[in-house]
Ligand binder design. Structure first.
Ligand code: HEC
Length: 268
């Protein structure tokens, strides 16, 4: 039977016997695939336009974002809510392309050892993040997240902010000259406000210039620019129930004995 299959496919066999022709045809096929993959990005203009209300990071958030990248948080956390019902129930409205146009490099990620963080902004008070970073087990008892206590002692790198912003502007982010000139003052002011709140909430004092404050500023901003609505609730009630079961690992309800007997009958 195998032989017959090979013989009946003679044309293809012959083609494979001509390495040059076969190579050219293969390259052609790959190029067509490439164009098909790329074309939508250029044709769908709004994928590169920011949604209303979406602004670039403030200087302090930028510093926090670099801490996030340096520490490799994206190895365990994605920043993209996928358009599935169970994701929306857990994390909020799914991520839109227009929300991440200022993300350079983007941190969508593909691994979720921990939860998605695309909409974590505002979910907890500032102090929660300070405690959680210092020791994740203090806020989330069974957490397997590593502790980052050095963030409470390491100084935020303010000095490099203007250069970073100039670099990002060259990549298309709309930072103005004034914003760049005032970056360090702006970052210190925002840090002061967050550090004051942390102290008021009963947390450690004098954290203003520490990396933990920059990181908290960044985390608290995530997903807050776009007040999107969730996808239309157009699912049937049982689909909603199934989505919740996926999230909670709830065992599906066992079929009633009568239904089982019915199925057995039909099989016979
Ligand atoms: C080894 C994997 C791992 C790494 C690396 C990691 N995390 Fe986590 N993270 C987790 C897990 C698991 C949880 C859930 C338990 C918990 O709250 O600690 C979590 C929870 C969180 C939460 C709370 C999310 C929520 O919605 O409750 C935040 C915020 C967070 N991580 C930020 C970070 C930051 C910032 C870094 C980098 C400095 C980081 N994580 C690095 C695994 C990780």
């Amino acid at each position: 039977m195998f032989n017959r299959l090979i013989k009946s496919n003679g044309a293809h066999r012959r083609l494979e016997g001509w390495p040059l022709v076969f190579t050219i045809l293969t390259v052609g096929a790959i190029l067509v695939g490439t164009v098909v993959e790329f074309a939508p990005i250029f044709l769908v203009g709004n994928a590169t336009e920011p949604l209303e209300g979406v602004e670039p990071w403030t200087p302090l958030e930028l510093a926090g974002r670099d801490v996030y990248i340096r520490e490799g948080c994206n190895n365990c956390h994605s920043q993209m809510v996928r358009p599935f019902r169970q994701e929306e129930i857990r994390y909020g409205p799914y991520s839109r392309a227009g929300e991440t146009v200022y993300e350079t490099p983007h941190l969508w990620g593909s691994k979720r050892t921990g939860p998605d963080l695309a909409r974590v902004g505002g979910k907890y008070p500032h102090l929660w993040h300070v405690r959680h970073m210092e020791n994740p087990r203090s806020t989330s008892p069974a957490s397997i997240m590593p502790p980052y206590p050095h963030m409470l002692t390491k100084e935020t790198d303010y000095e490099s902010l203007p250069a970073k912003m100039r670099g990002l502007r060259r990549l298309g982010l709309p930072y103005s000259d004034e914003q760049i000139a005032g970056a360090i003052d702006d970052a210190r002011q925002q840090a002061e406000a967050i550090a004051t709140e942390v102290a008021e909430q009963g947390g450690p004092e004098r954290l203003r210039d520490k990396e933990i404050i920059a990181l908290t500023a960044f985390l608290q901003r995530l997903g807050t620019d776009y007040q999107g609505s969730p996808a239309e609730p157009d699912r049937e009630p049982h689909e909603e129930q199934e989505a919740i079961e996926v999230l909670t690992d709830a065992a599906p309800t066992a079929p009633a004995p009568a239904a089982l007997a019915d199925a057995t009958d039909r099989r016979n």
